[in-house]
Ligand binder design. Sequence first.
Ligand SMILES: [Zn+2]
Length: 282
Amino acid sequence: MVNAQINDQMVNDMIDTHIHLDEEAYAPDREEMILRQRESGVEAMLIPGVNASSVGPILDLSAAFTGLCYPALGFHPQEVKEGWKAQWTLIEAAIREHRDKLVAIGEIGLDYYWDTTFKAEQQELLRLQLALAQELNLPVMIHNREATEDTLRILREAQMTHGTSPNGKLTGVIHCFNGSRETAQQILDMGFYLGIGGVITFKNCKLADTLAGDERFAPIPLERLLLETDGPYLAPTPFRGQRNESRLMSYVVERLAQVYNSSPEAIIEATTANAKALFRLK
Ligand SMILES: [Zn+2]
């Protein structure tokens, strides 16, 4: 017991800033799986909401695992279809009601990969959610797939619109970042963080080079990176295709330690401090 306490004080553990713990893939062993993470070097897991039906399960899980699981609520762009406004009314009410428990509004953003039928509606919804985040003084978790230009433009517009609000500048994370160095620079200039997950361990993935920098660009500062899984998806190599769990972020940490010519401990210390600062975790 004494040893455990000393360890808790001296060793920083990883924070998974994006894991869908409410998903069906975790149903068979959800509770044991969550507790197993704590024993495997994971300090906290942030659960993003995607639609109205994810609100209840996410709040329940966070209440059952206080201090380990933290809720975010939001309306995912892929969930936008006919009748989305009625669903948004429900989600907005839940966000307002539970504001004090929430670490962020998310997962929100734009996704043009699967379907662009509701492109305009996705943009409208993103603007509504950014305005609410600014009003309630919460950071945002941003999903962007094949929509970088529109996503960054809308974020920038929101920052300008709300720039003089008493809550200051809108901030957050671009989750599962895998873009170019130019895109990364725009995100850094906006004051946002980059969420790094299993993708960085994939063969042929350029993300490690992007982070490391080159003759033209300095490395992306470690002070702006967060760890994440996007579990149950995107398990790192050598577990690719299997169910992802937060403890597997150690493979992401290893890769980042190579990229930054640093130790895994230093990577964990930096990313955990970043997560605590952005999401105001105690
Ligand atoms: Zn996600």
